[in-house]
Design a binder for this molecule. Structure first.
Ligand SMILES: [Zn+2]
Length: 207
């Protein structure tokens, strides 16, 4: 089933980890609606602007899959609002900076570089409120992200590509977003209240 001009439901729900763990990674109607919005409002325009294919490594994550890979309980992947993308032929920093330049609406975008070869861009779209929140994932010695300091648009555009790789990129399917508490610590409480309410409602629905 196509969700948008360029993206299908199977592409947005495929998960190597879910297959390995025997988890049915199937979104319900609400999450499919969010995936549709993510694809139509963000990924399609991005694909058109880039003029080249986008590889989606992980989109929707059911709560069980998210828990097993160590994702935050407030992960936007659970809501069908986030995707981890790479662009063949482009370094991850290039992709990250192009998206900043394109001025597309997004809620949160994180540059994720676990190693020279394992890199991706985490990007989300929230139909209720897009914050244009930019962050850099800082990976620890265990190979997992430890913090997600926010950066400004100008800081993002001034970053120097640490690993200007143009070959094949790897992908690590793991928790790759700050939890709400970490976001609140960085940004102050008021801005997060709306999202916290929606996450609470979502958790009640899944209980
Ligand atoms: Zn992600």
């Amino acid at each position: 089933m196509l969700l948008s001009r360029h993206f299908s439901l199977s592409e947005m729900t495929r998960s190597v980890k879910a297959a390995q763990l025997g988890i049915q990674n199937e979104p319900a109607t609400v999450e499919i609606g969010n995936l549709r919005t993510l694809c139509n409002s963000l990924l399609d325009p991005l694909r058109d602007a880039l003029g080249t294919a986008i590889k989606v490594n992980s989109g929707y994550r059911c709560p069980e899959l998210n828990r097993r890979i160590g994702g935050s309980a407030s992960s936007q992947h659970i809501q069908g609002m986030a995707a981890d993308i790479q662009c063949p032929g482009m370094s991850t920093m290039q992709l990250f900076q192009r998206i900043v330049e394109f001025d597309l609406p997004f809620d949160q975008m994180i540059y994720e570089a676990a190693s020279r070869t394992a890199q991706w861009v985490h990007i989300s779209y929230d139909p209720a409120h897009n914050r244009s929140d930019l962050r850099l994932a800082k990976f620890g010695p265990d190979g997992k992200p430890q913090s997600y300091p926010p950066i400004s648009r100008l800081e993002a555009l001034a970053l120097v590509d640490p690993t200007p790789l143009r070959g094949a990129l790897e992908y690590l399917e793991l928790g790759d977003e700050p939890g709400l508490d970490e976001e609140v610590a960085w940004e102050g409480r008021a801005e997060m209240d709306g999202r916290r309410e929606r996450v609470d409602a979502m958790e009640r629905r899944h209980r």
